[in-house]
Design a protein. Structure first.
Length: 256
């Protein structure tokens, strides 16, 4: 008698998206071409879960950030813009719109990822946000807005500075989370135009953080490093968990 063969079902993916390595799909099979496939029930169910995930993930990220910006457990370290930051002029009309579009980049990235990559994405966002808040509490920091004229600023900018005090600068959570979104999109199996659009959006967000005098360059550099480190850790963590699960539940060798 031949031993029973066990295969792993591929995770749901968006129509037309290539299967990722390690999903059990055979790329040499004639049905696994780049031709868009009809959306399956599993894919629809997976996509329906993502807005629900956004409902609990958004306050989980935003509320600790807001609270950390209104407490001072230690003296605030004020980071004064240097020559490189001052080379970028203050912009309070277009830049605030790009600054808040950061949330759109996070949501759009989550909708376009395969199921395994989405789990890694959510885990990375949560860990990055929690580590950022810990840094805000242990080393409170801020960027002064002395160079901004509030009388000539747009209404959106005035509203932004009211709800977001000049705190929580180091590391920049805008920089870390948008870099995670960029990594999730640019390293996946997506069209080249989408990756280029993600890069442009990402760079504009970085520009807006300095143009609105919300951050300085050291905030952006440390934020990107934190996001990259958490993305790498989440990939390792989920990979180890998957291997441990395979050892715990080995395939049966009983004959038919």
């Amino acid at each position: 008698m031949q031993p029973r063969e066990h295969t792993l079902a591929a995770a749901p993916r968006l129509p037309g998206e290539q299967p990722e390595q390690g999903t059990g799909a055979d790329s040499s099979h004639p049905n696994n071409s780049s031709t868009p496939q009809p959306m399956t029930a599993a894919t629809k169910q997976e996509l329906m879960r993502r807005p629900i995930t956004a409902l609990w993930l958004t306050p989980l990220i935003a509320l600790p950030y807001a609270l950390a910006g209104r407490v001072e457990p230690r003296p605030v370290l004020w980071l004064t813009p240097g020559p490189l930051e001052n080379w970028i002029p203050v912009e309070t009309h277009l830049a605030p719109w790009i600054y808040i579009s950061f949330y759109g980049l996070l949501y759009l990235s989550g909708l376009l990822l395969t199921a395994p990559r989405f789990r890694r994405y959510v885990l990375t966002l949560v860990v990055t946000s929690l580590l950022s808040v810990l840094a805000f509490l242990l080393l409170p920091s801020g960027v002064p807005r002395d160079s901004v004229d509030p009388d000539s600023a747009s209404a959106l900018y005035r509203w932004l500075v009211e709800i977001d005090p000049p705190r929580n600068a180091f590391p920049s959570e805008h920089a870390s989370l948008s870099f995670v979104a960029l990594l999730a999109l640019s390293t996946g199996k997506h069209p080249r135009w989408l990756k280029c659009a993600a890069w442009i959006w990402f760079l504009l967000i970085y520009w807006s953080t300095i143009a609105t005098r919300q951050h300085v360059l050291i905030d952006l550099a440390t934020g990107a490093a934190l996001g990259a480190a958490c993305w790498w850790w989440a990939g390792r963590r989920l990979s180890v968990a998957k291997r441990d699960g395979a050892r715990t539940f080995p395939p049966s060798r009983n004959p038919r």
